[in-house]
Design a binder for this molecule. Sequence first.
Ligand code: NAP
Length: 345
Amino acid sequence: MGIDTIATTSTDNMNTQTIFVSGATGFIAQHLILQLLAKGYKVVGSVRSIAKGENLQQNMNSKNFNYEIVEDLQKEGAFETALLKHPDVTVFIHTASPVTFDSDDVEKDLLFPAINGTKNVLAAIKNVSPQITRVVITSSIAAIMNPDHDPTIMVDESTWNPTTWELAKINGCFGYFASKKFAERAAWEFLESERPNFTLTTINPAFVFGPQAFDSEVTSKLNLSNAIISDLLKIKPGEPVPDKSDPSIDVRDVATAHIIAIEKIEAIGKRIILKNEDYSNQLILDAINKGVPELRGKIAIGTPGTKKPLNFFNDQKSRQLLGLNYTSLETSVIETVRQFIKYQK
Ligand code: NAP
């Protein structure tokens, strides 16, 4: 995939703004940066090391992409040096946050980096970049629903995950969900208490599937959400398929939604839910067995055609605001798997 081949939300390539994207090496951020560059924006991305920055710059292959090193997003003032070097930045998109369910120390691994990272970003913008007027934060449906949500209760853009700090410490899954809730809460509270020069929008995606932005980024262990798909490839024919389902969305739609959030005035002050079809392990296997013929007979079949619908999200307001035709779950899954089996290292 490259800049020439990706879809954009508009045909005009006249954007002159510079956008700062934190966590530029991330699965979602790489697609976002590609789409921003394709629309003519300049992008400065923060990464944790020179090696990661050089690799990303090579992949992006654009004079409009530059990177800055922010080694530890938790360090007070972490983003100030980077922002001071770029007085042309007018929009900040904060995607960086730990994304894992694997933790024995939830406060250290998940809660503190997510919350302090968000606070540091917002404080840095207020302190040194008054020209930044728009901030978008990649939150999650994890901030909206709790991990073992009762599917008979509807949630929407006004709902908050009720997980407490104490409950969050029980395991990495609860911890991740809570990290997104507490970090997003901290952002809205910052706006309320500090009255900065910028507006805020949050993007709250479901489980994100889809190919990596660059084939060279495919590894045997994919990012947390795509690992749901790659783990299913390890189940052999005849073996039981665990019953698991959740809401999902394609990564390219998540990237596009971030751009709509910086371009549409109506997005200001909103929490935008991004979900398309609910996935289930069975639905993913059905898509793979149908769309990736070379895997037939090598992976589980399960009970094709059965699925466990969830449908506990009312995302009408977000859908109306975005006006997107979402990529189907089947397309996301097939493209993820085709890339994975061809390029995994
Ligand atoms: P990802 O590929 O793991 O990307 C995470 C990014 O954050 C990477 O750039 C990573 O840097 C950076 N990061 C993580 N911990 C950090 C730390 N302690 N200090 C500095 N940087 C740190 O995950 P992703 O799926 O693209 O997620 C991006 C954002 O979307 C996150 O905020 C996540 O919560 C949110 N989100 C993801 C999903 C999903 O299903 N994937 C769904 C909803 C919301 P390195 O590359 O150096 O590790």
